[in-house]
Design a binder for this molecule. Sequence first.
Ligand code: COA
Length: 690
Amino acid sequence: MGEVRGGTPAAAGEADAGAVVVRVERAGHVAVLVVDNPPVNALGIAVRRALRDALLGLDGDVTVSAIGLAAAGRTFCVGADIAEFDKPAESPTLRELIATLRGLSKPTAAALHGNVLGGGLELALACRLRVADAGCRLGFPEVQLGLIPGAGGTVYLPRLIGAERALRMILSGEPVAAAEALGLGLVDKVVGDHPRAAMIEMLREAAEAGLRSAGGRKHARAATPLPDFDVLAAELLAKNKDLEAPAACVAAIRNSLTMDEDAAFAEERRIFERLRQGKESRALRHMFFAERSAGRAAAKAARPRPVESIGVIGAGTMGTGIAMAFAAAGLPVAVVERDSGALAAGLGRVDTLYAGSVSRGSLPPEAAAARRARVVGTTDYSMLASCDLVVEAAFEDMEVKRGVFARLDAVCRPGAILATNTSYLDVNEIAAATGRPEDVVGMHFFSPANVMRVVEVVRANRTDPAVLATAIAVSRRIGKVPVPVGVCHGFVGNRMLGARNAQMIDLVIEGAMLQDVDRTFREFGWPMGPFEMWDMAGLDISWRARKAQGKALAIADELCAQGRFGQKSGRGFYRYEPGSRTPLPDEDVTRLIHEEARRRGVQRRDIEATEIIERTHYPMVNEGMRTLEEAVANSASDIDVIWVLGYGFPRAKGGPMHWASDIGWDVVAERLDHWRGKTGSDLFRPATRG
Ligand code: COA
């Protein structure tokens, strides 16, 4: 037995100085290097150095006949250390380590378990042999971080499994299961468990047979003809045509078909470096860590209470979606409605959604049945007496919600957590309807709640830290990303949405066409334009809210008064052919806009995309700044998580705050001042100027 420590303190960024990151274990003449760099055995500099030193030492050791690679803990190496991508590369790079591994004189093998991803898979592919356990998953997720595999993956994979499969694997970023990997020739053997023992056995035989490392083994070029490759690549790229990384993956794989190995490696490296330093990858890496750090401090601040049973108030769209989200994670849910008719309608919707998932093939029938069986409907509040957490998703009205919370206070056991799914209302006021405000918290799910991954967890003034920690823990448990926020109208997301939309109608009155605004948003990277979105969601919802508050909005109010509620009535900002969701320009709406312009005395003019973006997106960022100043949001990266996961802000731009910091806050503030001068609207008063 031996061990290789994590190098000098200077290299200790990812592993504690002196921590053992690679162990050497011996099984007779076979030496096994065990990477031990929790939590996921990322290949940071300390690991790479330790591996390189150990490999060279063992290659020169006459008592060693073969060398194996394995990893401790829950997984084999999941790739490069993503945090290191912000710094200049340190030697040995993964490429250099792999060159060392391939250049050894002795046979090499890797024992694979857990996730074998990115650089971890490249390391495994550089061994002569690979054995995986049955639960192992292998893949190249780099494209999801705006990168290509950078240590030979784009060169070896096509040579090993063919260009078409390689293209599909690298472009999707999705891993394949061990059995499929075996069929593809990615691994040589799959075992039920103990891949390390199987590897040692294979290495013994390899040493006896006189096999050498992988270096001597040249892979032939993949045989796919270029025209076929290009057709497939174009087809696969069509979905991602605005992103850099997918096109770069195609280019790198194509090189491996047209160049010799060394030239293809050099090109791969060059492309990787360009992407690593580019905006897209920086934004996607930011999102990787932002999602993981959201809510961490609040989760650690107190011990969460146990949660094993859930109550949901309301069987509307939100309530049933929330119930399904908990049921998917194995938790029993009691859904309460006022009357049996509404309850039956809600449960019917649940049945329809499960049936849809089964018929689309996204959920096996048994899993759907098991989830459905966990959802029980009732009109009796006393069913909630033993629930650990109750989420209220009743009508968005303060008196209704206060009524519900007073009833919950009467029926729920002491210590139960009472959460409200309100998207705008004051959680302090709701909590005050109970005699236990410390147990009340907001859990603002996004619609559809069984699909959307983010939850704003709202801490009210008197929320117990343990209640906050529980709401965060249970959100993580059901696969959501919880973001703690403070109380204010609309919290972080909807408050910023209000600021983003505030100028939308003015823009079209001043001269932008609806389709110009929508196209500009789509070109920015949003999945849909704001007017298309409005038509899809229904104009009547915000109309009702405005009327209740005594507010008015030009054009939108008029459309609603004409019964144009959007897609559901076949007409809204656009018109729709029966059965179609394609928005078509409508002259009646154009006329309405022109009339409003005349009424206001506005001289219509051409409005450029830049102006559309600045007058919608900068106020949104500005409002985000205000939520930070007021400590409603904890961090800019939390805001980014809410917007990317909750509203479809383009992930490749890293969320609104990351996007704005790339532009520079000074520049944004200067443009806000500019638009404040032009429009006279206080919406554009830069946050940091008081
Ligand atoms: N580099 C640095 N840190 C990494 C990492 C990597 N490649 N992969 C995971 N981590 C960290 C996470 O940030 C997290 O840290 P935290 O606990 O401080 O938040 C921790 O490891 C666990 O990761 P998490 O994603 O929470 O665990 P999981 O079990 O849900 O998923 C993986 C594990 C490996 C599937 C997932 O982390 C992943 O996809 N990682 C990225 C792999 C990758 O892209 N590799 C190629 C890099 S070019």
